[in-house]
Design a protein around this ligand. Sequence first.
Ligand SMILES: [Zn+2]
Length: 354
Amino acid sequence: MLRSMVRQLPRRLPLAELHCHLGSAVTPAIMWGIAHAQGIRLPTKDYWEFRSMITVSPRSRSFDGYLRLFHWTELIQSSPLAVERSVYEVIGGAYRKNNVTTMELRFNPMKRNRGGEQDLDHIIAAAVRGMDRATLEYPVRPGLIFCLDRAFPYQLNEIIAEKAITWRDRGVVGIDIAGPESPGFNVADYRRLFRRARQYGLGITVHTGEAGPVEEIAQVIEQLEPDRIGHGVKAAYDPRAMAMLRERAIVLEICPSSNLNTRVVSGWDEFRWIFDALRRNEVRFSINTDGPEMLRTYIRDELATLGRLGILSYEEQLQVAATSLQASFVPNVSDVPLPVREPARRGEVEREEA
Ligand SMILES: [Zn+2]
């Protein structure tokens, strides 16, 4: 097929980004400005060197290498002023660059308060302020997701989830679990906490089926009953997980370039296979960046690449755009109701496996 014949989504079509980390979403030039405004001593005085410190390169092409890039971005964002500016810039930037009208931005507030030196509520209030400022300037409907961390002890994660509950009427729309694979982390420990968050109306998403073991996906679905799953690409290799995802209408937040960069997925051919499996099993998914500036890709680039390679048809890209709006934790961004979201009873899921 000729490249010129491949249709791309219209520029004016509103998009939702459901999986985007604050630490990887701020333009390097703005990060540089924020760092200097706060007098942070950076390891280099050269802007271009700084830029390569916080964006992907062949050096960072692994899961751990990718997480290491967050060291400087999280440090620079660790004050109320820095958080406010970061949130404001990301939401406005996504709207201007890609017509992203629904930006769900996720971060761990406890990785922004210098180990407890700064008050958590001030950090959160600053994020809300940044979101409000962007909303005054652009026709956007953003939301914040708080990330718990696999490497944190339960007690700290519990505080983050409780903060999300406290701030839920101010634009905090969900909770997530992110961070490195960690031996002390046990999905089952979070069952009650996540149920409580859900009772307060928060959306639930969890990073799984990415760098970790494939078996964890089914565990997460059963124990934490998420509405969405961060990545989840490995579910394609687990028929049981696929059945559970379909049954519960869980939406996968797929971030293609991120998975290629971390080598979680080996290449576009593997993605072609993964999307075929999702299609065959009627598993719903959205397309996201994970962190547009760190990964140097925007949501429209992701969709256009999948279209150009013939992995997703034009109609499927339209479907992805609609699914993302429907699956947003921000209320009322889509007129189309979600498919049944009642968690399947355990017995039903187990019958499916047989
Ligand atoms: Zn992520």
